[in-house]
Design a protein around this ligand. Structure first.
Ligand code: FAD
Length: 303
């Protein structure tokens, strides 16, 4: 069996695998797509000590660094079931069952898409999902935030500090965000909130030039000229495969303690699939390191 088996090969998984392998213990990593969400990112400017890099380049470095340590890398494989027996068993979609003393889950998350024309075409060309990452690219521009929940309103407040104007588009007749956030947003001079708005299309030629929506009350179609659209309708953790084997939040995020431990002894988790409040590369890497050290501590106490 493995000492540490990491499931997921994004920043959290790569960091966890390297930290584990550096203890001289048998480490494996299973990843559907090595690099994870980083593969879909264009410019990265907040990976501290690296002024600028690009997603595919960082993904390649993650893999290269992981290969330095004799870690068994199983790529293009998906886990579909986890079960705690004497050891922890992870079953893959191809039927193989991997056994390990400890498991670190780092299967990440994905942004929920609007699914309207223009969204996929203009990804990284005006369509964005992460205000912490891409906000500064829209300095002095007019942007929309789609979604009036907490993350949408937080994004709008954040973007109002750099953008010329921020328009929030909410499908429902009311915003769902906490009232303190709504009050803060309403106190800003360069923001507009449009409720009851169903986004139909993100328009543009080479890059975004506007958004078209239906005013649901009147049924009228409206268009706004702008340069950016932040989609904030939810981040979905890739944890369905765990069903109720371990404790997850209402949103499906794995609940971890300060050592990265989950509700199953010997099973740890890190990164965007957990209830960590902020989802960023540097944060995922930190939590991957924490989970690996947590797993190592667990192992030396339970052998
Ligand atoms: P992920 O990167 O999601 O990796 C998950 C891994 O698990 C992948 O290898 C995946 O294939 C694998 N996996 C999933 N399910 C299974 C399964 N069942 N079995 C096996 N493997 C599985 N953050 C920043 O700090 N700066 C930025 O500039 C930035 N820009 C971003 C731009 C975009 C477009 C996006 C989408 C995200 C951006 N982020 C940015 C966020 C950052 O990418 C994530 O916070 C980070 O990648 C999370 O790392 P992770 O390892 O937890 O998960």
């Amino acid at each position: 069996p493995y000492d540490v088996l990491v499931v997921g090969g994004g920043p959290a998984g790569a960091s966890a695998a390297i930290y584990a392998a550096r203890k001289g213990i048998r480490t494996g990593i299973v990843a559907d797509r090595f690099g994870g969400q980083v593969n879909d990112t264009l410019g990265i400017e907040n990976f501290i000590s690296v002024k600028y890099t690009e997603g595919p380049k960082l993904a390649a470095s993650l893999e290269e660094h992981t290969k330095e340590y004799g870690i068994e890398i199983m790529k293009a494989q998906r886990a579909k079931r986890l079960e705690k027996k004497d050891l922890v068993e992870v079953e893959l979609e191809n039927g193989a069952v991997l056994k390990s003393k400890t498991v670190i889950i780092s299967t990440g998350a994905r942004w929920r898409n609007l699914g309207v024309p223009g969204e996929a075409e203009f990804k990284n060309k005006g369509v964005a999902y992460c205000p912490h990452c891409d906000g500064p690219l829209f300095a002095g521009k007019h942007v929309a935030v789609v979604g009036g929940g907490n993350s949408g309103i937080e994004a709008a407040i954040d973007l109002a500090g750099v953008a010329e104007h921020v328009t929030v588009l909410e499908f429902m007749p009311e915003l769902k965000a906490d009232s303190v956030l709504q009050d803060r947003l309403n106190s800003l001079p360069n923001t507009t909130v449009i409720k009851n708005a169903q986004v139909k299309e993100i328009t543009g030629t080479n890059k975004v030039d506007g958004v078209t929506y239906i005013e649901r009350e009147s049924g009228e179609t409206k268009h706004i000229d702008l340069q950016g659209v932040f989609v904030q309708i939810g981040l979905v953790p890739n944890t369905d495969w765990l069903a109720d084997t371990l404790e997850r939040t209402r949103m499906g995020e794995i609940v971890v303690d300060s050592h990265g431990a989950t509700s199953i002894p010997g099973v740890f988790a890190a990164g965007d699939c957990t209830n960590s409040p902020y989802k960023q590369i540097i944060i995922s890497m930190g939590s991957g390191a924490t989970a690996a050290l947590g797993a190592f501590d667990y192992m030396i106490r339970n052998q």
